[in-house]
Write a protein that binds this ligand. Structure first.
Ligand SMILES: *Cc1c(COP(=O)(O)O)cnc(C)c1O
Length: 452
């Protein structure tokens, strides 16, 4: 076909959407260490079922390589915009003068503007199947909360979102979006939980944090009948739900005649969009069928992969979650207030931690200002405005494309465009007016972590 050497946008027909998710757990070079309780004893699945719907607990501990996507979930994916496009960034290539080819998987077409819908829809579906009536969760800037609020509306599940108080006040648009979908949004710390009341007693003006909001959402789920807790990243089943991204991308690259990318890149908060995009390719890499460099990008403000340690830690600041073994900078770490709210988490997924330990994935960290500069170049060449989180991946892509120019190498670079930044324009406003600052933690104190 004549078009073949210059295709720009891949097919998006229904057959591209997979009918199974890929679970990397049985393919990892090491077993994932089990989650532990406070005393350091392995947690039984019953304990996890107090927190999560039982279908999801079964997925969390599954060793099956492929798990079927239920027809209702697959239909929802199709209705909401999957398969998402894979697009060649030719104007960006030209601007950089690089011989490299750059492709991006654009998750911004989903209704709330990011990949998080992929797991939200699945979680709401399985909650419904398991007879759960209500889900609680936390949200920082509101990306995850709005995805779950949408999923709750589609599958008729009540949603309560504990939203970090400072974001609740400063970022009204995602709060409004969640309320529009019918979710109840509560600023955290709140007086609806014991933990929230305790914090407000000590400090009535506490601005809140993701860790506090998680603690409140968990306490709510554990103390109210018919209620379970929902988490938007880190867990095995969340990463697995996101693999629709990479499974589609593999087929789409094939269609575009680029079966073997040289670089795969994604940003990392807890690791879900990164895993969703890269794990289906890592499947081939682990079998010696694909020689590809895989780069995970984080913020220097919350450097869990590049400065953290691999140890057991809690997922929330109150220590209510099980202990999980991961790269962490400590659950009490309070990151500087960067715009990439989704990258402020203190840990990363256990499976990603193992891939980092085994040098299958490489990590890099960038500062806020250099990341916004990269996002500006991308917006001016490709039109799509990256979310501040996504901008971290864009920065790495631009660096590699420039390196390829220096070495005159025709590399193929593909990255996950996790979400658009049209509700993050206030961050861009700060950037454009020269008010954006870089802040990095001076020290990372891990002495309080449990010694296990
Ligand atoms: C939440 C979010 C992230 C970070 O979360 P992961 O679980 O690491 O994917 C990245 N990009 C966008 C746009 C997000 O909303």
């Amino acid at each position: 076909m004549e078009l073949a050497k210059n295709k720009i946008r891949s097919v998006q027909s229904e057959e591209i959407l997979p009918d199974k998710w890929y679970n990397i757990v049985p393919d990892l070079p090491e077993k994932i260490p089990p989650p532990l309780d406070k005393n350091g004893d392995p947690l039984s699945p019953d304990k996890l079922e107090e927190l999560f719907p039982s279908s999801l607990v079964a997925q969390e501990i599954s060793n099956d390589r492929f798990i079927s996507i239920p027809e209702d979930v697959r239909e929802a994916y199709l209705e909401l915009g999957r398969p998402t496009p894979l697009i060649r960034a030719r104007r960006l290539e030209n601007k950089l003068g690089t011989p490299a080819k750059i492709y991006f998987k654009y998750e911004g077409v989903l209704p709330t503007g990011a990949h998080k819908v992929n797991t939200a829809v699945a979680q709401a579906y399985f909650a419904k199947i398991d007879g759960v009536e209500r889900l609680t969760t936390e949200t920082g800037a509101g990306q995850w909360g709005s995805a779950l609020a949408l999923a709750g509306a589609l599958f008729n599940i009540k949603i309560r979102v504990y939203m970090v108080r400072v974001s609740y006040k400063q970022k009204p648009y995602r709060r409004i979006l969640m309320q529009l979908y019918g979710a109840e949004v509560v600023p955290s710390p709140s007086n609806l939980t014991n933990y929230g009341r305790k914090i407000l007693e000590e400090d009535p003006d506490n601005p809140g944090s993701l860790g506090i909001a998680i603690s409140e959402a968990i306490e709510d789920a554990l103390t109210n009948p018919g209620t379970k807790y929902s988490l938007g990243s880190v867990l095995n089943f969340v990463l697995m739900h996101q693999t629709v991204i990479g499974l589609e991308a593999k087929k789409q690259l094939e269609y575009l005649g680029e079966e073997d990318p040289d670089y795969l890149i994604g940003c990392v908060g807890g690791g879900s969009n990164f895993a969703g995009f890269t794990y289906p390719f890592i499947y081939d890499k682990l079998r010696g069928k694909l020689d590809v460099e895989i780069i995970a990008v984080e913020s220097k403000a919350a450097p869990s992969m590049t400065k953290g340690v691999y140890t057991y830690d809690y997922g929330d600041s109150a220590g209510l979650t099980p202990l999980i073994k991961m790269h962490t900078i400590g659950h009490r770490f309070v990151p500087p207030p960067i715009h990439a709210g989704g990258l402020r988490y203190h840990g990363v997924a256990p499976s990603l931690s193992i891939l980092l330990n085994n040098n299958i994935v490489k990590a890099v960290a960038y500062k806020q200002t250099e990341v916004f500069e990269a996002a500006r170049i991308f917006a001016q060449t490709e039109g799509f405005v990256p979310a501040p989180e996504t901008a971290h991946a864009v920065k790495a892509v631009i660096d590699i494309a420039r390196e390829a120019k220096k070495n005159n190498e025709k590399k193929i670079i593909a990255f996950n465009f996790s979400g658009h930044g049209l509700l993050d324009l206030s961050g861009y406003d700060e950037f454009l007016s020269g008010k954006l600052a870089d802040s990095e933690p001076k020290t990372i104190n891990l002495s309080y972590l449990p010694k296990i």
